[in-house]
Design a protein around this ligand. Structure first.
Ligand code: ADP
Length: 299
């Protein structure tokens, strides 16, 4: 720069000053971004620790009830069967809840570890849907909520319709939607479950006439650990995992989920999924799963 004229020097200085300003603006923006990321991280940490304490309660509380109730049964008078039956019903409902929550938690852990490859079989859809609904019969009866099942697929193999998919994942998807439909329903109402085919895609909807979800909240409920304070029934306390898991499972199956809901009027969740191409092993969906087994109904 030895031979610069004053004018050139001034120009150079101006240029450098402008560059410095630009860098300063970029720096301010970056630091804003950084603050945003830190805020999100803090929020996520808070959500996680809240989640852990929720989960702890949800595991510890049912266990305490199960232990207490089974101990009480041991000291019931020999002829007092009615008492025993109602206690066993409570044990069943607590164990059902615990099992259900643990399944979601384990799937969440697998999703986290990236281990959710589908296990495809030919699934008897009618029987799978019926089995899932039956598994909620005790809870629904307790709340006076009736199921209206509309199975709109006529064709298939004999009376049954088979669809290549992952039966465990489909069960969990439907269970989460039905569990929510019951949880946010008002007493003595109805839950409508519809199943149909659209362009070779399997579709299912679960409709309730409960609290509904505002438009703003419809955008956030699929986020992990997100809960809104709209639960009216304490039968199944939630942990904000159900819908995020449902979404992840549908992603694995190449499917979709849509909500149609009006605050105060109810919600309809509709899922759709294409048929899988590759079968890993045989048939499934015959309802012999222990978790969904309802043969021991007590009422
Ligand atoms: P949770 O275990 O809290 O129910 P989910 O992920 O299944 O977690 O649902 C997230 C939130 O979405 C719930 O806390 C609830 O506020 C709302 N929600 C889900 N399903 C329904 C429904 N059928 N009716 C009203 N609100 C619902």
């Amino acid at each position: 720069m030895g031979n610069l004229t004053d004018r050139q020097l001034l120009k150079e200085l101006k240029l450098r000053l402008e560059e410095k300003k630009k860098v300063e603006v970029e720096f301010t923006e970056l630091s804003k971004d950084f603050q945003g990321v830190t805020k999100k991280l803090k929020e996520s940490e808070a959500l996680k620790s809240h989640f852990i304490s929720n989960i702890t309660n949800e595991i510890v509380n049912p266990f305490t009830s199960i232990l207490g109730l089974s101990k009480a049964i041991l000291s019931v008078e020999k002829n007092d069967w009615k008492k025993v039956v109602s206690m066993v019903a409570l044990i069943h409902s607590e164990a059902f809840n615990l099992d259900y929550q643990l399944r979601n938690i384990f799937v969440a852990a697998k999703v986290e570890a990236g281990e959710i490859a589908p296990n495809i079989t030919k699934v008897n859809i009618r029987s799978l849907v019926q089995t899932v609904i039956d598994s909620f019969s005790i809870i629904s009866r307790k709340m006076g909520v009736e199921f209206d099942i509309q199975f709109n697929i006529d064709h298939g193999f004999g009376k049954n319709f088979y669809f290549k998919t992952d039966s465990e994942k489909l069960k969990l998807i439907l269970s989460n939607l039905i569990n929510n439909a019951l949880k946010y329903s008002y007493k003595d109402s109805k839950v409508i479950v519809k199943v149909w085919l659209d362009d070779d895609e399997l579709c299912a909807s679960v409709q309730d006439f409960g609290t509904g979800i505002s438009e703003k909240n419809q955008k956030i409920i699929f986020e992990r650990f997100k809960r809104l304070d709209s639960g009216i029934n304490s039968i199944n306390r939630g942990h904000g995992l159900g819908l995020s898991i449902t979404k992840s499972l549908l992603d694995v199956l190449g499917g979709n989920i849509e909500i149609d809901s009006q605050k105060g009027e109810g919600s309809t969740f509709t899922v759709s999924m294409p048929e899988a191409q590759n079968i890993v092993d045989g048939f499934s969906g015959d309802g012999n799963d222990i978790f969904f087994d309802d043969e021991d109904e007590i009422f």
